[in-house]
Design a protein around this ligand. Structure first.
Ligand code: NAP
Length: 278
């Protein structure tokens, strides 16, 4: 079937009229980690393109700030993404309100910049819990909700550290590789059930968010240098295109959420300014 796409003029809160393809218009979406960085940018982009967005994060104030920036959203939900019962309650609420779920973007995550010998088992479990277990829980809950319609898009934010190793990020690398491979297995399962539920991962490089800022400050402090500019310059030099923005990740998430990617599943989208090809 031919997929007709037309550009439509829409009102965007607090902004002039913008052109949008309308490909996520009225889609019901959940975005985790929506209080900051990439999750906030993804939520803003989806909402600007007409999606009905539910925001999830740990912190009510940061959720309220994202909602304010968007100009109102369908719901804000304080949820620790490691909480299986919390996921079930969230999906029950979304399904009771809208009758369906079209998009889940798993963006919540934490980073621990530690080498192998500095990483305790508690550290490792925490990073795996927030970054990888949460993606399993969210994907499973979303697929259950999407099964009646037999379609939907799940977008898991991994990292280019799923593809290249970094000795300073041992637990983090493990968690992101887990997300990437889990994504492929989940995509296969959904396809083999005869559904059009698609599951894909995005692999950002260095992106200017509070997470990256904390990492730069942490590394500079451990080098005993209060000035972060040397570390920042090193990080900027990692990719030929330098440090990217959360909005640049959000455009890829929009593509995967939209009907422009209906034949894409189990795929890795590396969005890292050329870091991994160096
Ligand atoms: P960020 O600015 O720190 O945002 C992460 C968000 O996740 C925060 O709002 C945080 O809430 C939330 N969060 C943390 N633990 C949570 C939990 N247990 N339950 C619910 N929410 C939780 O980081 P970011 O840079 O946007 O990162 C977003 C995703 O991109 C992460 O998965 C990260 O690993 C990935 N990534 C980032 C980069 C980068 O360079 N920035 C590169 C590759 C991949 P609080 O702030 O309230 O704790």
């Amino acid at each position: 079937m031919k997929n007709e796409t037309t550009l439509t003029e829409v009102e965007v809160a607090g902004d002039a009229k913008k052109m949008t393809s309308g490909t996520v218009s009225q889609k019901i979406a959940i975005v985790t980690g929506a209080g900051s960085g990439i999750g906030r940018a993804v939520a803003e982009r989806l909402a600007a393109e007409g999606a009905v967005v539910h925001l999830v994060d740990l912190n009510a104030d940061s959720l309220a700030e994202t909602s304010r920036r968007i100009g109102g959203v369908a719901g804000t939900h304080v949820l620790d993404v490691r909480d299986a019962d919390g996921w079930d309650a969230l999906l029950d609420e979304v399904m009771a309100t809208h009758g369906r779920l079209d998009v889940l973007a798993n963006c919540a995550g934490i980073q621990l910049t530690r080498g192998l010998l500095e990483t305790s088992i508690e550290d490792f479990r925490q990073v795996m819990g927030v970054n990888a277990e949460s993606v399993f829980l969210g994907t499973r809950a979303a697929v259950r909700a999407m099964l009646p319609a037999g379609q939907g898009s799940i977008i898991n934010i991994a990292s280019n550290f799923a593809n290249i190793a970094d000795g300073l990020n041992t637990a983090y690398c493990a968690s992101k590789a887990a997300v990437a491979h889990f994504t492929k297995a989940a995509a296969l399962d959904c396809a083999q059930r005869g559904t059009r539920i698609r599951v894909n991962s995005i692999h950002p490089g260095c992106i200017a968010t509070p997470m990256l800022e904390r990492e730069i400050e942490d590394v500079a402090a451990r080098r005993g240098d209060p000035d972060t500019s040397a570390v920042r310059a090193e990080w900027d030099a990692l990719a030929p295109l330098g440090i990217g923005t959360a909005e640049e990740i959000a455009w890829t998430a929009l593509h995967l959420a939209s009907d422009h990617s209906t034949y894409t599943t189990g795929a890795e989208f590396v969005v890292d300014g050329g870091h991994i090809i160096r």
